[in-house]
Ligand binder design. Sequence first.
Ligand code: F6P
Length: 428
Amino acid sequence: MLELDLDFSIDRLGECRVPSPMTGVRFVGDDERVLYASTLKELKTARDADGPAVMEAAGPRAHLYFEPSSLACGIVTCGGLSPGMNDVIRAVVLSLTHHYGVKKIFGFRFGYEGLVQRYGHAPRELTSDNVSRIHENGGSVLGSSRGHQQPAEMVQTLRSYRIGVLFAIGGDGTLRGAQKIGEEAARQGLRVSVVGIPKTIDNDVSFVQKTFGFETAVSEGRRAIDAAFVEATAARNGIGLVKLMGRDSGFIAAYAVLAGGHADFCLIPEVSFSLHGFLKALERRIERSGHAVVVAAEGAGQNLIAPTGERDVSGNIKHADVGGFLRKAIAEHFERAGIAVNLKYIDPGYTIRSVPATAHDSAFCVLLGQSAVHAGMSGRTNMVVSFWNHQLAHVPIPLAVSERKKIDAQAILWDSVVASTRQPRDMR
Ligand code: F6P
């Protein structure tokens, strides 16, 4: 099951000689670790040469690499929106300002474009005053964009603004870009720490148990499913079809289905099905209950639909529209079967992404933002902050982007979804 060569060691720019200005906190020792394993079985298998596989614990260090009073920091948000981006920006700015007394913080605009001078996006100076209420709104006050930029051009910008720590809020493409920035800076002899805060509403980053915004997405997804249920039960042979985000991983769909308990089918990218198998099961459900709710993650059933052959600028495969496909297939199937149904289709994708974070997600963003700041101030680099085994920890970027985290169809989450929907386990 587990890779035995897990290397969680974190790169560092150099020795930490500057005493931290923080007072009244418990400093985290450099030898404090978070266990990778969470079960005895894993503990026996996930080991390295020195013992069980472990991650560095996140948190404030007694000594820093950077002298805060002369440090400038940058923040950039990349990729698709996710609830909580503003909360993370705010947490980073407040922690840099209040914990450390950093005076120069630049917010680079529209993702990595903001680090390339020829785009002409001037950075915004961020202060505790101008970020104080940004978490009340969704989106990112810095703007975001997808796509790669040349590391040398981005490092040039970091050089001009004398940036010592760059905080990159984004998904796997962003984190790969962050790694390249760090490598290019090192090649040029520039001491820049690059710290990622993993962002993907899909919750599909490896070695990260939960990304910020995911919990909000589940709450909003549940609302859409509830609406589909109301519609479906208010009509004779009503069918509510909901498409939720989830390009390669169906976590939002699975958790939203469990939360509401109203869905009769949950279709996710990790579990393949045949159109015939699904439609027959849906027909049986309609015959038995007189209504049905179907939840499909956007990456579900892609083997049944003609591929678009397109990629977005981040390099992600652009999936064909499973919602439109199922809507048509369901309508045609019941028409052929001579059964009148009332089908309502709901696609709340961008509505979900753009809302402010829920309270718990917001609090989580604060913990992540502060952990990222502590890591950056201590000169750690090429890493992300992660929530793992109910602890905040450091994970090297190469591990975080090694593969996309997916639902294990043989494990408890999927078993619970199947039990909740009572859909056939095998619809192939
Ligand atoms: O960030 C992940 C995600 O929300 C996916 O679920 C979705 O496929 C994609 O982004 C859509 O992003 P956009 O339309 O902004 O490119």
